[in-house]
Design a protein around this ligand. Structure first.
Ligand code: GLN
Length: 490
């Protein structure tokens, strides 16, 4: 799609301004129902579009992403625009600089349409934890789009953006991509700079691309990745054009299927998954059953490490440094102290901290801060946090062992298709189980992609099923090529 649009732009069949306006009119028409966007960045979009049109009219060369409209998850800073991370505590926060990925997109002259809805601070699997609105799955609007990057994924699936960026700490790009029938990639930890991304769990977070084809995802990754002095965890991995590695040939590749992941599969997901294995075989790959013996501990370990990092990262939101301060909101003040005059400024520093956090954070965020604070507190630190780090090392070892025998690891992305809005909100543990196949890639740091492999029909609707390919550290080109080869032979 990106290449086609690029061709149209340089052949002058359409201008970037026209294309951008077309997307804004789709947003106008559809987003009342879908709820993908929190903020539209119209001025910035039109300015970029005009800039690209001028370049084209002067006969200058433009990048593949130039002039093509995209959407950005609202935890990535775009200079001069509101960046809420889906939280009330950042309701009035205007980003004072661009995230590195945004700087790079601006260098490519990509057109940014707006900022997308998400679970608060990226905590969730349904986008129902946003402080602002829910987002609906464009395939079936009675269902969730998945999360936490639900807005970014729904925008692409609904045709409200050509492509988007999300973030993935435990599955937040891949799980919604799977539930909405699009492609999403979590790069290797260290491949893409996190500078300017509002942190959830810093040792797990990665920014990644979402699009309707694997090639588009590769094109985007090439533009956002690479070492960055602003993020010391970025690797000196060299600049690559990932789109040049899509050969469409996977003959002889060995794809491992973890028995722990597929034992419990049932129904149509099982059938679709098995069919996809046949497809891989017919494309010349070898399928081997492997074991990731510690995978069973991935989810509980993730919930210790992630919440510990969350409790530390979110300590900075205290009513002083960023965003909301309870005194700013007379209604919040009266909510807290009904008898008090709402114009009074009665608070001590500690009260300001406490009241701001009480009003500013939603339930799921508070739950995780409490869990993490508990896991890090003296007396429990060794039993929970240190132990979880040890298990994390074992999970990584499982991958090292597996990758001695196989080139890729394959499973469904999620154990279930999209569920109904409201179905899991009262049971956080059920919600957490949706990440059972995705969190391991973050724990080990390996790249992982979700791409559509079929459908399960529920109540007359074909609900998408995603397949997940994980690869060796920094083998994005391999992972992308496997998914691409599958996609073009569908
Ligand atoms: N759904 C997972 C969680 O709630 C993953 C979140 C994410 O990747 N940001 O933690």
């Amino acid at each position: 799609m990106i290449r086609d649009l690029h061709q149209k732009l340089i052949n002058k069949e359409i201008t970037s301004v026209e294309l951008t306006e077309q997307y804004f009119s789709v947003i106008e028409e559809k987003d009342k129902e879908i709820g993908a966007y929190l903020t539209l960045t119209k001025e910035l979009a039109m300015q970029q579009a005009r800039f690209v049109d001028e370049k084209i009219s002067k006969g200058e060369e433009i990048d593949l992403l130039a002039g093509i409209p995209c959407a950005i998850k609202d935890n990535l800073c775009v200079d001069g625009y509101r960046t809420t991370a889906g939280s009330k505590i950042l309701d009035n926060y205007i980003a004072p600089y661009d995230a590195t990925v945004i700087k790079r997109l601006k260098e490519s002259a990509a057109v940014i349409l707006g900022k997308t809805n998400m679970d608060e601070f990226a905590m969730g699997s349904s986008t129902e934890n946003s402080a602002y609105q829910i987002t609906r799955n464009p395939v079936d609007t009675s269902r969730v789009p998945g999360g936490s990057s639900g807005g970014s994924i729904a925008a692409v699936a609904a045709g409200e953006a050509v492509w988007s960026l999300g973030t993935d700490t435990g599955g937040s790009i891949r799980q919604p991509a799977s539930l909405c029938g699009v492609v999403g990639l979590k790069p290797t930890y260290g491949r893409v700079s996190r500078s300017g991304a509002i942190a959830m769990a810093s040792s797990l977070d990665q920014i990644g691309p979402v699009a309707t084809s694997v090639e588009d995802v590769a094109i985007i990754l090439s533009r956002i990745s690479g070492q960055d002095p602003m993020d010391a965890t970025t690797a000196r991995s060299g600049d690559k054009k990932y789109e040049d590695y899509l050969t469409g040939d996977i003959t002889g590749s060995i794809i491992g299927v973890p028995k722990e992941y597929v034992e419990s599969l049932e129904g149509e997901i099982k059938e679709v998954f098995e069919k996809s294995l046949e497809k891989f075989k017919s494309l010349g790959a070898k399928i081997e059953t492997i074991s990731l013996p510690n995978a069973q501990y991935a989810l509980p370990t993730y919930y210790i490490i992630m919440t510990s990092e969350v409790s530390s990262n979110l300590a900075r939101f205290d009513g002083i440094k960023y965003g909301l301060k309870v005194n700013d909101l007379s209604e919040s003040v009266s909510e807290l102290n009904p008898n008090e005059n709402s114009n009074a400024i009665p608070r001590t520093l500690l009260e300001t901290y406490l009241d701001t956090r009480k009003i500013g954070f939603g339930d799921e965020v508070k739950r995780r801060i409490m869990l993490g604070t508990y896991a890090l507190s003296s007396g429990y630190y060794d039993a929970y946090y240190v132990k979880a780090q040890k298990v994390r090392a074992l999970i990584r070892k499982d991958f090292e062992e597996a990758f001695k025998k196989v080139d890729f690891i394959y499973s469904p992305t999620t154990p279930e298709v999209a569920f109904k809005i409201g179905e899991k909100t009262s049971d956080p543990l059920k919600m957490y189980l949706g990440d059972i196949y995705t969190v391991t890639a973050n724990m080990a740091g390996v790249p992982a992609i979700s791409f559509p492999i079929g459908f399960q029909t529920v109540e007359d609707k074909d609900l998408p099923i995603g397949g997940q390919i994980m690869g060796k550290w920094f083998d994005e080109e391999g992972v992308l090529n496997v998914a691409h080869t599958y996609e073009i032979n569908k």
